[in-house]
Design a protein around this ligand. Sequence first.
Ligand code: ADP
Ligand code: MG
Length: 305
Amino acid sequence: MDEMKTDTAGADGAMAAGASAAGASATAAATANADGTAGPNAAVGAPAPGAPAPVVRLENGSKSFDGTPVLRDISLEVMPGEVVAVIGPSGGGKSTLLRCLTLLETLDGGSLSYGELAVASPGADGRAVYGGKDVLARARQRFGLVFQQFNLFPHMTVLKNIMDAPLAVQRRDRAEVEAQARGLIEKMGLTGTEDKVPYQLSGGQQQRASIARALCLNPQALFFDEPTSALDPELTGEVLKVLKQLAAEDITMLVVTHEMAFAREVADRVVFMDGGRIVEEGPADQVIGSPRNPRTQEFLARYAG
Ligand code: ADP
Ligand code: MG
């Protein structure tokens, strides 16, 4: 009903990364005094001057469907280079959280920002008010999204799938995009599939092509919603291997997953969601190895059994 438009036309493309870096330092300078203390214009809750800013930050996010709360007062930030795993029972709100973070769904309340870009802020009545088209388009340039179903264009070859948005949305140079796309194909272990269409590939290959497609937009962060849950175990392994490799390269990621061993090994931080709330979060080893909250304990025990 209140789904946001997902078109990305008119985005400022390849300019976004450089422009945003400049914008971020200008903001830091404007809100800090020479001695490093917060200046008069420093926002409440702003990070200390010099501290890295989160790639994405959600504060007090809330969302209901037909009067039923699905997200309740969710606050979450992802720092550059961080890998965050979101776990929890079905229906707990994980996908809705991801859809709100990636602007596929609107928040009812709360604030959402990408770096210095204020995407949504509470209005006078407390409801989330979204920024203009330009702000949303720029925010969309900051992240890539990989779903459970692979979402490749069925009629396009692997190479075309990967090159499409960098050319059509970011309006980048074709030769440069093609070189990057071919590099990503090699990196994802997809050499030889360039000219194939999705139905000629295994599910694992399709998902790796989806990841290459997301990476070719040079996002600051990648979001995954259960990227392996449509795959057989051996294909799951090859996709998790790619995610592990990206994590080792300090790619910023937020991954909704049911793969507990993967979350424990690869994530820096694990967030357990249930009933629309973050029930527990902390270092991966702690949350998965020795959960403190009874609901987390129950979930993980059921999961293991
Ligand atoms: P999870 O990903 O953790 O399984 P979801 O975010 O998909 O959870 O769903 C959380 C709750 O919100 C569920 O009760 C689901 O039925 C409901 N829900 C999700 N999307 C919609 C929608 N578009 N309309 C109505 N209810 C929805
Ligand atoms: Mg889900």
